[in-house]
Write a protein that binds this ligand. Structure first.
Ligand code: FPP
Length: 255
Protein backbone atom coordinates (compact mmCIF):
# COMPACT_ATOMS: atom_id res chain seq x y z
CA UNK A 1 0.00 0.00 0.00
CA UNK A 2 1.19 3.51 -0.71
CA UNK A 3 2.11 5.83 2.12
CA UNK A 4 3.54 9.31 2.34
CA UNK A 5 7.02 7.97 1.70
CA UNK A 6 6.30 6.26 -1.63
CA UNK A 7 7.64 9.12 -3.75
CA UNK A 8 11.33 8.53 -4.24
CA UNK A 9 14.27 10.13 -5.90
CA UNK A 10 14.06 8.53 -9.32
CA UNK A 11 16.31 8.76 -12.32
CA UNK A 12 13.99 11.36 -13.85
CA UNK A 13 15.07 12.60 -17.27
CA UNK A 14 13.50 15.88 -18.26
CA UNK A 15 11.33 15.96 -15.15
CA UNK A 16 11.56 19.07 -12.97
CA UNK A 17 11.38 17.41 -9.56
CA UNK A 18 13.01 14.34 -8.05
CA UNK A 19 9.55 13.10 -7.07
CA UNK A 20 8.80 10.28 -9.50
CA UNK A 21 5.79 7.97 -9.13
CA UNK A 22 6.68 4.35 -8.47
CA UNK A 23 3.52 3.15 -10.17
CA UNK A 24 1.67 4.76 -13.08
CA UNK A 25 -1.76 3.59 -14.24
CA UNK A 26 -2.70 4.43 -17.80
CA UNK A 27 -5.98 4.52 -19.73
CA UNK A 28 -4.91 4.57 -23.38
CA UNK A 29 -7.92 6.30 -24.87
CA UNK A 30 -8.34 7.91 -28.28
CA UNK A 31 -7.12 5.29 -30.78
CA UNK A 32 -10.41 5.35 -32.71
CA UNK A 33 -10.49 9.15 -33.01
CA UNK A 34 -6.81 9.23 -33.97
CA UNK A 35 -7.57 6.85 -36.85
CA UNK A 36 -10.74 8.70 -37.87
CA UNK A 37 -8.82 11.97 -38.13
CA UNK A 38 -6.71 10.19 -40.77
CA UNK A 39 -9.70 8.61 -42.58
CA UNK A 40 -8.47 5.21 -41.47
CA UNK A 41 -10.34 2.33 -39.79
CA UNK A 42 -10.37 2.22 -35.98
CA UNK A 43 -8.18 -0.87 -36.03
CA UNK A 44 -5.35 1.22 -37.51
CA UNK A 45 -5.52 3.43 -34.41
CA UNK A 46 -5.28 0.40 -32.11
CA UNK A 47 -2.25 -0.84 -34.08
CA UNK A 48 -0.54 2.52 -33.64
CA UNK A 49 -1.59 2.33 -30.00
CA UNK A 50 0.49 -0.80 -29.49
CA UNK A 51 3.56 0.93 -30.94
CA UNK A 52 2.92 3.92 -28.66
CA UNK A 53 2.69 1.57 -25.68
CA UNK A 54 6.06 -0.05 -26.40
CA UNK A 55 7.66 3.41 -26.64
CA UNK A 56 5.92 4.56 -23.46
CA UNK A 57 7.08 1.54 -21.41
CA UNK A 58 10.70 2.38 -22.14
CA UNK A 59 10.23 6.11 -21.59
CA UNK A 60 8.59 5.54 -18.19
CA UNK A 61 11.32 3.07 -17.22
CA UNK A 62 14.02 5.56 -18.23
CA UNK A 63 12.42 8.10 -15.88
CA UNK A 64 12.48 5.76 -12.89
CA UNK A 65 8.89 4.44 -12.89
CA UNK A 66 8.91 0.86 -11.57
CA UNK A 67 5.36 -0.26 -12.42
CA UNK A 68 3.20 0.68 -15.39
CA UNK A 69 -0.33 -0.72 -15.53
CA UNK A 70 -2.30 -0.19 -18.74
CA UNK A 71 -5.97 -0.72 -19.56
CA UNK A 72 -5.87 -2.74 -22.79
CA UNK A 73 -9.32 -4.36 -22.79
CA UNK A 74 -12.04 -3.75 -20.26
CA UNK A 75 -14.79 -6.09 -19.10
CA UNK A 76 -17.12 -3.67 -20.92
CA UNK A 77 -15.18 -3.69 -24.24
CA UNK A 78 -16.96 -6.97 -25.17
CA UNK A 79 -19.94 -4.72 -25.98
CA UNK A 80 -18.09 -3.18 -28.96
CA UNK A 81 -18.89 -4.45 -32.48
CA UNK A 82 -17.72 -8.04 -32.89
CA UNK A 83 -15.20 -7.10 -35.64
CA UNK A 84 -13.50 -4.64 -33.28
CA UNK A 85 -13.42 -7.19 -30.44
CA UNK A 86 -11.92 -9.90 -32.62
CA UNK A 87 -9.55 -7.32 -34.14
CA UNK A 88 -8.29 -6.39 -30.67
CA UNK A 89 -7.85 -10.06 -29.73
CA UNK A 90 -5.79 -10.79 -32.83
CA UNK A 91 -3.87 -7.54 -32.38
CA UNK A 92 -2.71 -8.76 -29.00
CA UNK A 93 -1.39 -11.99 -30.52
CA UNK A 94 0.40 -10.04 -33.25
CA UNK A 95 1.78 -7.58 -30.66
CA UNK A 96 3.13 -10.41 -28.51
CA UNK A 97 4.89 -12.03 -31.45
CA UNK A 98 6.19 -8.67 -32.74
CA UNK A 99 7.37 -7.10 -29.49
CA UNK A 100 7.89 -9.77 -26.84
CA UNK A 101 11.54 -10.39 -27.66
CA UNK A 102 12.28 -6.66 -27.65
CA UNK A 103 10.45 -6.00 -24.37
CA UNK A 104 12.13 -9.01 -22.75
CA UNK A 105 15.54 -7.72 -23.93
CA UNK A 106 14.68 -4.24 -22.59
CA UNK A 107 14.29 -5.67 -19.07
CA UNK A 108 10.49 -5.40 -18.98
CA UNK A 109 8.57 -7.83 -16.82
CA UNK A 110 5.12 -8.50 -18.27
CA UNK A 111 2.15 -9.47 -16.14
CA UNK A 112 -1.45 -9.85 -17.18
CA UNK A 113 -4.26 -8.86 -14.85
CA UNK A 114 -7.88 -9.68 -15.50
CA UNK A 115 -10.28 -12.56 -15.98
CA UNK A 116 -8.42 -15.21 -17.97
CA UNK A 117 -11.29 -17.67 -17.96
CA UNK A 118 -13.24 -16.08 -20.78
CA UNK A 119 -10.41 -15.46 -23.24
CA UNK A 120 -9.34 -17.97 -25.90
CA UNK A 121 -6.81 -20.72 -25.12
CA UNK A 122 -4.50 -19.23 -27.73
CA UNK A 123 -4.50 -15.85 -26.02
CA UNK A 124 -4.14 -17.36 -22.54
CA UNK A 125 -1.11 -19.34 -23.72
CA UNK A 126 0.46 -16.24 -25.35
CA UNK A 127 0.04 -14.34 -22.07
CA UNK A 128 1.51 -17.22 -20.06
CA UNK A 129 4.48 -17.38 -22.41
CA UNK A 130 5.07 -13.60 -22.11
CA UNK A 131 4.87 -13.80 -18.32
CA UNK A 132 7.21 -16.74 -17.96
CA UNK A 133 9.78 -15.41 -20.45
CA UNK A 134 10.04 -12.08 -18.61
CA UNK A 135 9.56 -13.25 -15.02
CA UNK A 136 13.11 -12.38 -13.91
CA UNK A 137 13.21 -8.92 -15.49
CA UNK A 138 13.44 -6.04 -13.06
CA UNK A 139 13.70 -2.75 -14.95
CA UNK A 140 9.96 -2.09 -15.02
CA UNK A 141 6.83 -4.23 -14.58
CA UNK A 142 4.26 -3.74 -17.32
CA UNK A 143 0.89 -5.02 -16.15
CA UNK A 144 -1.58 -5.37 -18.98
CA UNK A 145 -5.17 -5.22 -17.73
CA UNK A 146 -7.06 -7.38 -20.17
CA UNK A 147 -10.65 -8.48 -19.71
CA UNK A 148 -10.35 -6.45 -16.53
CA UNK A 149 -12.74 -4.27 -14.58
CA UNK A 150 -12.28 -2.68 -11.17
CA UNK A 151 -15.62 -4.06 -9.99
CA UNK A 152 -14.72 -7.52 -11.29
CA UNK A 153 -11.52 -7.31 -9.24
CA UNK A 154 -13.38 -6.55 -6.00
CA UNK A 155 -15.92 -9.31 -6.70
CA UNK A 156 -13.28 -11.95 -7.48
CA UNK A 157 -11.43 -11.16 -4.22
CA UNK A 158 -14.69 -11.45 -2.22
CA UNK A 159 -15.51 -14.73 -3.92
CA UNK A 160 -12.09 -16.05 -3.01
CA UNK A 161 -12.69 -15.16 0.63
CA UNK A 162 -15.95 -17.10 0.60
CA UNK A 163 -14.45 -20.08 -1.24
CA UNK A 164 -11.55 -20.22 1.24
CA UNK A 165 -13.94 -19.94 4.18
CA UNK A 166 -12.19 -16.85 5.54
CA UNK A 167 -13.91 -15.58 8.69
CA UNK A 168 -15.78 -12.26 8.12
CA UNK A 169 -13.67 -10.50 10.76
CA UNK A 170 -10.53 -11.50 8.85
CA UNK A 171 -11.73 -9.89 5.60
CA UNK A 172 -10.29 -6.43 5.97
CA UNK A 173 -8.67 -3.95 3.58
CA UNK A 174 -5.29 -5.66 3.86
CA UNK A 175 -6.79 -9.09 3.07
CA UNK A 176 -8.63 -7.77 0.04
CA UNK A 177 -5.57 -5.90 -1.22
CA UNK A 178 -3.55 -9.13 -0.97
CA UNK A 179 -6.15 -10.96 -3.02
CA UNK A 180 -6.75 -8.45 -5.75
CA UNK A 181 -5.24 -8.51 -9.21
CA UNK A 182 -2.39 -6.08 -8.48
CA UNK A 183 -1.37 -7.56 -5.13
CA UNK A 184 2.26 -7.60 -6.28
CA UNK A 185 2.45 -3.83 -6.85
CA UNK A 186 2.15 -0.72 -4.68
CA UNK A 187 -1.01 1.32 -5.31
CA UNK A 188 -0.71 3.57 -8.37
CA UNK A 189 0.68 6.99 -7.47
CA UNK A 190 -0.33 8.56 -10.76
CA UNK A 191 -3.38 7.73 -12.91
CA UNK A 192 -3.19 9.09 -16.47
CA UNK A 193 -5.99 9.08 -19.02
CA UNK A 194 -5.40 10.24 -22.57
CA UNK A 195 -8.09 11.17 -25.10
CA UNK A 196 -9.82 14.03 -23.30
CA UNK A 197 -12.40 12.13 -21.23
CA UNK A 198 -12.28 12.79 -17.50
CA UNK A 199 -13.42 9.56 -15.88
CA UNK A 200 -11.94 6.39 -14.42
CA UNK A 201 -14.12 3.95 -16.39
CA UNK A 202 -13.94 1.07 -13.93
CA UNK A 203 -10.12 0.88 -13.97
CA UNK A 204 -8.34 0.05 -10.67
CA UNK A 205 -11.23 1.34 -8.56
CA UNK A 206 -9.79 -0.04 -5.34
CA UNK A 207 -6.12 0.65 -6.00
CA UNK A 208 -6.56 4.22 -7.29
CA UNK A 209 -8.18 5.48 -4.09
CA UNK A 210 -5.32 7.95 -3.50
CA UNK A 211 -3.83 8.20 -6.98
CA UNK A 212 -3.15 11.60 -8.42
CA UNK A 213 -5.26 12.02 -11.56
CA UNK A 214 -3.91 13.47 -14.81
CA UNK A 215 -6.13 13.92 -17.87
CA UNK A 216 -4.86 15.02 -21.24
CA UNK A 217 -6.54 15.79 -24.58
CA UNK A 218 -3.67 14.00 -26.34
CA UNK A 219 -4.94 10.92 -28.21
CA UNK A 220 -3.13 7.75 -27.18
CA UNK A 221 -1.08 7.10 -30.36
CA UNK A 222 0.39 10.63 -30.00
CA UNK A 223 1.34 10.18 -26.34
CA UNK A 224 5.12 10.46 -26.45
CA UNK A 225 8.03 11.63 -24.31
CA UNK A 226 6.88 15.27 -24.11
CA UNK A 227 3.44 14.21 -22.81
CA UNK A 228 5.04 11.77 -20.37
CA UNK A 229 7.24 14.53 -19.00
CA UNK A 230 4.22 16.85 -18.70
CA UNK A 231 2.36 14.22 -16.66
CA UNK A 232 5.36 13.49 -14.44
CA UNK A 233 6.00 17.20 -13.90
CA UNK A 234 2.38 17.74 -12.90
CA UNK A 235 2.66 14.81 -10.48
CA UNK A 236 5.86 16.19 -8.96
CA UNK A 237 3.96 19.36 -8.02
CA UNK A 238 1.07 17.62 -6.29
CA UNK A 239 0.75 17.65 -2.51
CA UNK A 240 -0.14 14.11 -1.47
CA UNK A 241 -1.66 13.90 1.98
CA UNK A 242 -3.60 10.60 1.97
CA UNK A 243 -6.33 12.08 4.15
CA UNK A 244 -3.82 13.49 6.65
CA UNK A 245 -2.65 17.04 7.23
CA UNK A 246 0.90 18.34 7.23
CA UNK A 247 2.52 18.91 10.68
CA UNK A 248 3.22 22.57 9.74
CA UNK A 249 -0.50 23.03 9.00
CA UNK A 250 -1.31 21.99 12.60
CA UNK A 251 1.20 24.52 13.96
CA UNK A 252 -0.09 27.27 11.67
CA UNK A 253 -3.71 26.67 12.59
CA UNK A 254 -2.95 26.27 16.31
CA UNK A 255 -0.93 29.50 16.40
C1 FPP B 1 -9.38 3.10 -26.35
O1 FPP B 1 -9.48 3.81 -27.56
C2 FPP B 1 -8.47 2.01 -26.53
C3 FPP B 1 -8.78 0.69 -26.38
C4 FPP B 1 -10.11 0.20 -26.03
C5 FPP B 1 -7.79 -0.34 -26.63
C6 FPP B 1 -6.42 0.01 -26.16
C7 FPP B 1 -5.56 -1.06 -26.63
C8 FPP B 1 -4.34 -0.89 -27.15
C9 FPP B 1 -3.59 0.38 -27.26
C10 FPP B 1 -3.65 -2.09 -27.62
C11 FPP B 1 -3.00 -2.75 -26.43
C12 FPP B 1 -2.42 -4.01 -26.86
C13 FPP B 1 -1.61 -4.74 -26.11
C14 FPP B 1 -0.90 -5.85 -26.70
C15 FPP B 1 -1.40 -4.45 -24.69
P1 FPP B 1 -10.90 3.96 -28.21
O2 FPP B 1 -11.10 2.86 -29.19
O3 FPP B 1 -11.95 4.01 -27.15
O4 FPP B 1 -10.73 5.34 -28.93
P2 FPP B 1 -11.87 6.42 -29.15
O5 FPP B 1 -12.28 6.89 -27.76
O6 FPP B 1 -11.16 7.48 -29.91
O7 FPP B 1 -12.98 5.77 -29.91
Amino acid sequence: MSDLSTSHAGSARGVASASVPRHVALVMDGNGRWARQRYMPRFFGHKQGVDALVRAVNAFADRGVEYLTVFAFSSENWKRPSEEVSGLMSLVLVAVSKYLTKLAGDGVRIRIVGDRETVSDKLRKAWEHAESLTQHNQRITLSVAFNYGGRWDVVQACRRAIELGVKPEDVDEAWLARNMALSFAPDPDLFIRTGGEMRISNFLLWQAAYSELFFTECLWPDFGEAEIDAALNAYAQRDRRFGMIRPNQVVAEGA
